[in-house]
Write a protein that binds this ligand. Structure first.
Ligand code: RBF
Length: 349
């Protein structure tokens, strides 16, 4: 029997709509077994773009996953509402699909400790943090006092120099996104101490943005600080640092930059960059995870001597724009830092 006209069209439509469902139902298989050697949740407390520690964390995890079969990663950006982080992490690990949560942030261990109470088999590794005594958590702390010390020293040499944008005021600036123990106890004091090693009369103007994304607020703060005689800045501000860079470019001021090679962002303005080897650290940590060599419950501090922090002295952004007598002084200081000849007391957190 032939089916014609409208009726045939309706039948065809029914077939087209229903077929995929019938096929899917027929081919339904049990959910794939978790066969990966390692399934990692890379938990980003913020956004990746514009935040060097997070960019390097993701880069390290991705390169490790590419180089090792059986390693799967999922990157989750938790956004800037810190009040939501614990709940978000809880729901991410509730399914038990991740053998490891990997993150980087000094405030994360406490959140992980709370989440871990509900999921006693869940393991957490957090860099840029210091937390010990919890058998589910392992942390690695970058010695940011040290990086701030040498960046502060360079900022100090520049503010008392005759460089184009340097003024006679012995005043440098530090803009932070928010206050937290690592910032208040290591980063800012290290910066101040380093500047004073260049000249004891240097003062540091410290301002807070209030979040990690408001570039306009950072620009406003920078403009105010410039008016009070600040001529060299440092910042720990994630994406908001773009506002400071813009103001420094427009008005003429220098920046020293933590953690990454940012010279190309503003040549002649960003004149000194530290380097945090977060990517390398993450790759090594993950190799230890695969080898079963992680010691949970412990915290390890890594700095220049261990090869996880340094200064980028071979970039034209430094060699072409910083006068040679400052380079000579600063490079000698870095050699002393590397050799452990600069004595300082690492404050508690
Ligand atoms: N650093 C960033 O680069 N971007 C961020 O969004 C960011 N958010 C943070 C949120 C909190 C609550 C804390 C304590 C730190 C945050 N950091 C962020 C700082 C980062 O972990 C690190 O300490 C600094 O970048 C210095 O290396």
């Amino acid at each position: 029997m032939m089916i014609k006209g409208k009726k045939r069209t309706v039948l065809w439509m029914w077939f087209l709509l229903a077929a995929p469902c019938l096929w899917a139902a027929g081919s339904k298989e049990p959910a794939p077994k978790q066969t990966e050697a390692l399934s990692i949740l890379v938990y980003i407390p913020g956004m990746v773009a514009g935040s060097p520690p997070y960019e390097m964390l993701v880069a390290g995890a991705e390169s490790f996953a590419v180089a090792h079969t059986g390693v799967k990663i999922k990157v989750y950006e938790a956004g800037f509402n810190q009040a939501e982080w614990e709940e978000q992490l809880t729901s991410m690990v509730a399914g038990g699909e991740y053998s490891l949560v990997l993150s980087s942030n000094p405030s994360l261990p406490e959140i992980c400790a709370n989440v871990g109470k509900k999921f006693p088999n869940q393991k957490f590794i957090i860099t840029d943090a210091d937390f010990s005594g919890n058998s589910q958590i392992s942390t690695y702390l970058f010695n940011q006092y040290e990086q701030s010390l040498y960046l502060g020293y360079l900022a100090g040499l520049i503010t008392v120099s005759t460089m184009e944008y340097a003024n006679p005021d012995k005043r440098i600036g530090f803009i932070a996104a928010q206050e937290y123990p690592l910032l208040n106890n290591h980063i800012l004091p290290g910066f101040r101490e380093g500047a004073r090693m260049a000249d004891p009369d240097i003062s540091v103007d410290f301002r807070i943005i209030g979040n990690w994304f408001d570039a306009n607020k950072a620009a406003e703060l920078a403009a105010g600080m410039l008016s009070t005689g600040v001529d060299v800045f440092a910042s720990i501000a994630g994406g908001a640092a773009q506002g400071l860079i813009k103001t420094a470019q427009e008005r003429g001021a220098y920046l020293v930059y933590h953690n990454i090679n940012a010279y190309k962002t503003a040549p002649g303005i960003i004149v000194g960059c530290g380097l945090m080897q977060q990517k390398k650290l993450v790759e090594e940590i993950l190799a230890d995870v695969l080898a079963g060599k992680i010691q949970y419950g412990t915290s390890k501090t890594v700095g220049v001597k261990e090869g996880y922090l340094d200064f980028i002295a071979d970039d034209p952004g430094y060699t072409n724009f910083v006068p040679s007598e400052i380079q000579t002084k600063f490079n000698a200081f870095m050699d002393d830092i590397r050799a452990g000849r600069v004595s300082y007391t690492l404050p508690g957190l």
